[in-house]
Design a protein around this ligand. Structure first.
Ligand code: BJ8
Length: 423
């Protein structure tokens, strides 16, 4: 890939040597974790292609869109209403980063004991390693956890940052606050793009993003089959790519992959024989964070669901499509996003209910709770998750880790013991 895109990366002011090193490591990592799998679906070739071109073709597409006057908006959280971005003919991309690259630079402006997800996005920007960052006309942060909230203040010195205020509770006054924030965001996007969001353009955008959620819901329903026809690693990758790819193309490709899955299920074929069904729950896993699913799936288990923002938290709820006026559609957006059950809310009973219901529907033998080190919302909530699951008779293993590979052996030992226990 490098040869044909070097001029573009240079124009984007990437550190070319460091970037080449990153792509090399990423390619090797991907080969070991993904391409080594047996009985993979033909449809995954599209994902392999997208991944191999993640800093190439997709960036070229963004640059071409920018040349035609379209704007690119980067985000870190599923709270940012993508529908408003597309309704103004802009493009949204997820910027969360799942690798340690650039931590040395990030730790010069952030405390070391900051969660890896935050250090990673700061590190990628400071190290000039990510062409997505460099393509953004606006970067949208949000006041979810304290770490992100305070990091955006510092990050604003390096990038054009706008911060949305996210409520912490779900009372009527919180909905009012959120509605005001959605309207403020709408104005911001209209100013950025020079376009007015109309009922017609918003209706189209709601359909576009709902269609992507619907196809991922279909994928989740299909993978629930016994035996499961697709690995958890592959579904994680699909979810990760959904944050970067063109939404309409992605929906089409995943729909084709689902057709293939249906045929596989009809033949009674699974992806692995005799593996224990487990579910992941907790912090989001941003690309290329594939560590834990790989450990789990190399330890006699298969992941059949992700209760996470890179998973069902992002796809479970659709925006109501029946509204005809702009006001009705904006209210539908407000209501849909208020249903997100991030651990940043208090209380957050609905998340516990969702986890138990999901674990039962997927017929899992156990749940592995994934918390990033120094993430207080998910770390603290994991105790309530464990209790809710215990009451439902479902065992849980709590894992706290980061992006480093140093603890792989230790994690493997713990996961193997858990899989043995649930067998
Ligand atoms: S809606 S989960 S994407 S905030 S892991 S940075 S919480 S210290 S990512 Fe999230 Fe939105 Fe919630 Fe989802 Fe902080 Fe925790 Fe780090 Fe986190």
């Amino acid at each position: 890939m490098a040869g044909s895109y070097e001029a573009m990366w240079e124009k984007l002011n990437l550190d070319l040597d460091a970037h080449a090193g990153l792509l090399e490591v990423l390619g090797k990592f991907y080969g070991d974790i993904y391409l080594s799998q047996d009985k993979r679906l033909r449809g995954m070739e599209y994902l392999d292609f997208v991944l191999s071109e993640i800093h190439g073709l997709r960036i070229k597409e963004l640059q071409e869109a920018k040349a035609q006057g379209r704007k690119v908006v980067g985000t870190f959280c599923v709270f940012v209403p993508e529908e408003l971005v597309y309704a103004a003919d802009a493009i949204q991309v997820g910027l969360c980063a799942g690798a340690e690259a650039g931590f040395d630079k990030a730790e010069k402006i952030l405390p070391r004991n900051t969660c890896a997800l935050i250090k990673s996005f700061v590190g990628f920007k400071l190290s000039r390693l990510c062409p997505f960052f460099e393509s953004c006309d606006l970067i949208v942060g949000e006041t979810t956890c304290d770490g992100k909230k305070k990091a955006y203040e510092i990050f604003g010195d390096y990038a054009p940052v706008y911060v949305m205020e996210i409520p912490q509770m779900k009372q009527a006054c919180d909905r009012d606050l959120w509605k005001a924030e959605i309207l403020r965001f709408k104005d911001t996007i209209e100013n950025l793009t020079g376009r007015t969001i109309t009922a017609e353009s918003l209706k189209k955008a709601i359909r576009l993003i709902n269609d992507r959620r619907r196809v991922l819901q279909r994928l989740n329903r299909l993978r629930a089959a016994e035996p499961t026809p697709i690995s958890g690693r592959d579904v994680l990758l699909i979810n990760q790519v959904s944050f970067y790819d063109d939404p309409a193309r992605f929906t089409q490709k995943i729909s084709e992959l689902c057709d293939e899955l249906e045929q596989k299920i009809a033949r009674g074929e699974g992806v692995v024989d005799g593996a224990q069904r487990v579910m992941l729950s907790g912090c989001p896993m941003a690309i290329p964070n594939w560590k834990l699913p790989y450990i789990i799936e190399s330890s006699g288990a298969v992941v059949v669901g992700e209760e996470s923002c890179v998973g069902t938290r992002n796809t479970r709820d659709l925006v109501d499509e029946t509204g005809e006026t702009l006001d009705a559609m904006l209210d539908a957006l407000v209501d849909r996003y208020m249903r997100i059950d991030c651990a940043c809310f208090t209380p957050n009973r609905e998340r516990l209910d969702h986890i138990v219901a999901m674990a039962r529907e997927l017929k899992v033998k156990g749940v592995i709770h994934y918390g990033l080190s120094f993430c207080q919302p998910y770390g603290i909530e994991s105790f309530k998750v464990e209790k809710a699951l215990r009451e439902a008779g479902i065992p849980m293993l709590a894992i706290e880790t980061d992006y480093s590979m140093e603890d792989v052996e230790q994690l493997k030992t713990r996961v193997e013991a858990f899989v043995e226990m649930i067998r």
